[in-house]
Design a protein around this ligand. Structure first.
Ligand code: ADP
Length: 490
């Protein structure tokens, strides 16, 4: 099959969170299975250009309709660790993608609406007629709308659209100017509850809703999250739309790229380790301590890696740091926050623990360092308020770093409690807690720390169970191909 992936992230060139990992990993798996895959991305100025091989101009002049004029763009092509990527570079006065940031700009709605229109215009002008267009999250939600309302009439009749929802907390709610900008124009038609009108604010346009309504199939990133968005307040206002379209909605658990995340070959570690050489993990723990000036003592290292966002459970992360330090652990954190209040909070914590030889908070985004922390830690916490899938617990499992997670979304589908899971012992891999409060996380942390100190052999079994579990792209890759085949056959 010929698949074109349109996305706002692709690891490692443009990665903010899991979306980037998923786009890269899924494309790689689809190619391994013999499909032809191309990725279309914005040409951000903050791309990691060193990770692109053979970047060259492939289309000098692409004119993209925008309001009542056209914007001149160029398109570049390059390989990102083997994946074929096209990068769209608009030459407009708004400088859409030259902001030194991927997201968080006041005009994100326009930046990505433009990108959607440009991606389709590029495909039209270069005669690309894939079997499948696969787009992701609100940033590419207008792709199916524009395809069916404009580009099919211009001859793009072949592609079917698969749309993946990675996080319903961000839906791209905007105003009518986005219709004028993208050439959709017919206000009364789109301002309809069956199309793009936002459910809560009838004067607003909801881009993610448009993506759901217009695509041939909608996936979300875990079976549990698929259930949550259909049946709980996790729908974030899209419950009615999801219900109407329930026939074409399914949950496919994210995979993890087992080439990128492999302790046996990871070049960011001081040395390899694996199931047969698990003791070597200790060398990584020491390297992590050296890197962060932590003292060399007989204690487990607990870590957190991720966006420091409301979703990720800021109060519980804060509480876990204090609890761990009081209960015989070392703690390492790697994270960033676009929210200045949250960023200040963690800056304060960093200062407070600055001289503590058992704690290090690293406030920044650092892909290489994340590998060392995943590998060098004993435990990883994921105390999310909600979590569509979550990758950090999957990486923990792969690296023999036992996850402690809250029972929500994809975390429920991937981590099975050491004491309470309804599973054979050989399939239990971590610690799970229910309540989003201090006693909740303490109940899991206490059990985990107790096991590490008092029953090291059992702790090691948990590590091994996790390392043996399979969260590679193997199964999800096949599931996506089944979805593609299903919508092609319709
Ligand atoms: P989300 O997509 O909600 O951010 P996920 O758990 O699905 O969360 O994916 C997070 C991904 O981003 C993981 O690969 C994680 O290692 C990475 N990541 C998050 N924050 C950082 C950071 N500060 N430095 C390096 N990698 C990070």
């Amino acid at each position: 099959m010929y698949v074109v992936m349109i996305a706002s992230e692709c690891a490692p060139v443009a990665k903010v969170g899991g979306l980037g990992d998923v786009v890269f990993g899924l494309c790689r798996e689809l190619e391994i299975r013999g499909n032809s895959v191309e990725i279309i991305l914005p040409k951000y100025d903050c791309l990691r250009y060193g990770e692109i091989f053979g970047l060259e101009l492939t289309l000098k002049d692409l004119w993209v309709p925008w309001y009542d004029r056209s914007v001149h763009c160029s398109v570049y092509f390059g390989f990102v660790h083997g994946r074929k990527c096209f990068f769209i570079d608009p030459h407009s006065e708004q400088n859409f993608f030259n902001r030194r940031a991927f997201y968080g700009q006041g005009d994100d709605d326009q930046r990505f609406a433009f990108f959607n229109r440009a991606a389709l215009e590029f495909m039209l002008q270069t005669g690309k007629h894939p079997d499948i267009i696969h787009c992701h999250d609100w940033q590419t939600g207008l792709v199916p709308v524009l395809l069916y309302e404009i580009y099919q009439q211009l001859g793009m009749t072949r592609p079917r659209v698969c749309y993946t929802l990675h996080n319903l907390a961000h839906q791209g709610v905007t105003k009518e100017h986005i219709l004028r900008a993208t050439g959709l124009n017919r206000h009364a038609y789109y301002y309809h509850q069956d199309r793009l009108q936002d459910g809560a604010n009838r004067g607003a346009i909801n881009v993610m809703k448009g993506g759901i309504v217009y695509s041939n199939f909608v996936t979300t990133v875990s079976p549990r999250y698929a259930w949550e968005i259909m049946h709980t307040e996790q729908s974030c206002g899209l419950g009615h739309t999801l219900h109407v379209h329930r026939q074409k909605i399914g949950g496919i658990l994210n995979g993890l790229d087992y080439e990128v995340w492999n302790p046996e070959t990871d070049r960011h570690l001081p040395g390899p380790y694996g199931l047969a050489t698990l003791d070597q993990k200790y060398a990584t723990k020491q390297a992590l301590r050296q890197r962060f000036w932590l003292r060399d003592v007989f204690k487990p290292i607990v870590c957190f890696i991720g966006r420091l966002d409301h979703q990720k459970g800021v109060p519980l992360i804060t509480h876990a740091i204090e609890y761990c330090l009081r209960h015989g652990c070392q703690f390492v954190l790697l994270g960033t926050s676009p929210d200045s209040k949250v960023a200040q909070h963690f800056q304060g914590l960093k200062q407070r623990y600055n001289d503590n030889p058992d704690c290090h908070l690293e406030l920044g985004f650092n892909e290489e360092l994340s590998h060392l922390i995943y590998a060098g830690s004993d435990l990883i916490i994921v105390p999310s308020l909600f979590e569509p899938c979550g990758l950090t617990q999957l990486i923990g499992l792969r690296y023999g770093t036992v996850p402690i997670v809250r029972a929500t979304g994809g975390l429920i589908d991937t981590v099975f409690d050491a004491n309470h899971a309804n599973k054979p012992y050989a399939e239990r891999t971590g610690f799970v807690f229910n309540d989003f409060n201090a006693p909740g996380i303490e109940s899991a942390l206490g059990r985990a720390i107790g096991l590490w100190y008092n029953f090291p052999q059992h702790f090691r079994e948990l590590m091994i169970n996790g390392m043996r579990s399979d969260f590679s792209w193997n199964h999800p890759g096949q599931n996506y191909l089944n979805v593609y085949a299903h919508i092609r056959a319709k």
